[in-house]
Ligand binder design. Structure first.
Ligand code: TRP
Length: 335
């Protein structure tokens, strides 16, 4: 194990909602693998968060393990990163209770995700859905991270985490590090193959390429990809007037390392009938080792178990230190 003492700490949680797709991979996960050079990284499967919405228990269990396997296959090395399952580290639930007592009703009521989800699941507006940001603050603050990489949709929760940390520190002294959002330098924004105006999403299966898709499925999806309706019919990077082609070019560039100029030259005088299968093939080749490795890991239960057990043990050591400090500060009697 390498010496991580001087490294800054980075942490992120991922809801195990099942299938990861090309947009997740090219836009984020692929870059996370490189973060371990610079940071002491914690990544966890946020299974506790998922039950704010009803889940099928066997499916949740399978998704959690499948997602962990896929992260490893994407290059997150369990030796160099702390990979774990949230519910295995009980300090998350314990700190969430304490932080809930330092989070205001008004603050939680203003969270846009709560408003969205409660209108979407109006038959199940449970307390967990409401207090979810206090659990997320606990997830983060337990590990004293410097950075939390988050997408647009989680910015408000990170802001609230900072407010909670500052409020607690103002009362009790410097207990928590106040984390910064981490904005990655690179990361492609991959759009749907059938609707290049919206982000690739698993809810639109035809426009979405999953990491575990077989090569023939990938080829079929790319052959059907939307290009553009202009009469030019050539491969040219112009996201304004040719968003479909621009998206395919971004995907091709991310998979092959080529520039847009090089891609335009490569397909000069050739139509979309040549371009689209070429993108499909590049994607199939990029994903092949990931799919094979995920499948191999999923079959190796003993290995997967050793990864999440070891990860939870390492995570607990750090988490316990923070929780003990917090319990002492708020006035609980030491055991
Ligand atoms: N709420 C995040 C999401 O829905 C997942 C998450 C849970 C998370 N805990 C976290 C992200 C801590 C970053 C840090 O995507």
């Amino acid at each position: 194990m390498e010496n991580t003492i001087e490294k800054k700490v980075l942490l992120s949680g991922i809801q195990p909602s099942g299938d990861l797709h090309l947009g997740n991979y090219l836009g984020a996960i692929r870059n996370w693998a490189r973060l371990a050079d610079e940071f002491d990284c914690y990544f966890f499967m946020a299974d506790m968060h998922t039950i704010t919405v009803r889940q099928d228990p066997p499916t949740l269990r399978r998704h959690t393990l499948q997602q962990l396997a896929q992260y490893i296959a994407c290059g997150l090395d369990p030796q160099r990163n702390t990979l774990f399952i949230q519910s295995h580290v009980h300090e998350h639930a314990e700190l969430a209770w304490v932080l809930g007592c330092y989070t205001m009703f008004g603050e939680l009521s203003r969270m846009t995700q709560f408003k969205d989800k409660s209108s979407k699941h109006s038959e199940n507006i449970n307390a967990g859905l409401f207090t979810y940001p206090a659990l997320m603050a606990a997830d983060i603050l337990l590990y004293q991270p410097d950075y939390v990489p988050v997408g647009e949709d989680q910015k408000q929760h990170c802001e609230l985490t900072r407010d909670i940390a500052q409020r607690f520190n103002n009362l009790y002294g410097e207990v928590f590090k106040v984390p910064e959002p981490y904005i990655p330098k690179v990361g492609a924004r991959i759009m749907s193959l059938t609707d290049p105006a919206s982000k690739m999403s698993k809810s639109d299966a035809a426009g979405c390429v999953f990491l575990l898709d077989k090569p023939e499925d990938i080829m079929r999806k790319f052959k059907k990809a939307v290009t553009d309706s202009d009469t030019e019919r050539c491969v040219r990077y112009d996201p304004q007037t040719k968003p479909g082609v621009a998206n395919l070019m971004s995907i091709y560039a991310s998979c092959t390392g080529r520039t847009f100029d090089e891609i335009e030259a490569e397909f000069e005088g050739k139509g979309y009938g040549v371009f689209k299968p070429a993108v499909g093939e590049a994607v199939a080749e990029t994903l092949r080792p990931i799919r094979e490795e995920s499948e191999r890991i999923m079959k190796d239960k003993a290995y997967l178990e050793s990864v999440y057990r070891d990860g939870a043990e390492r995570a607990s050591r750090t988490a316990r230190r923070t929780l003990n400090k917090v319990y002492k500060k708020v006035g609980f009697v030491a055991k």
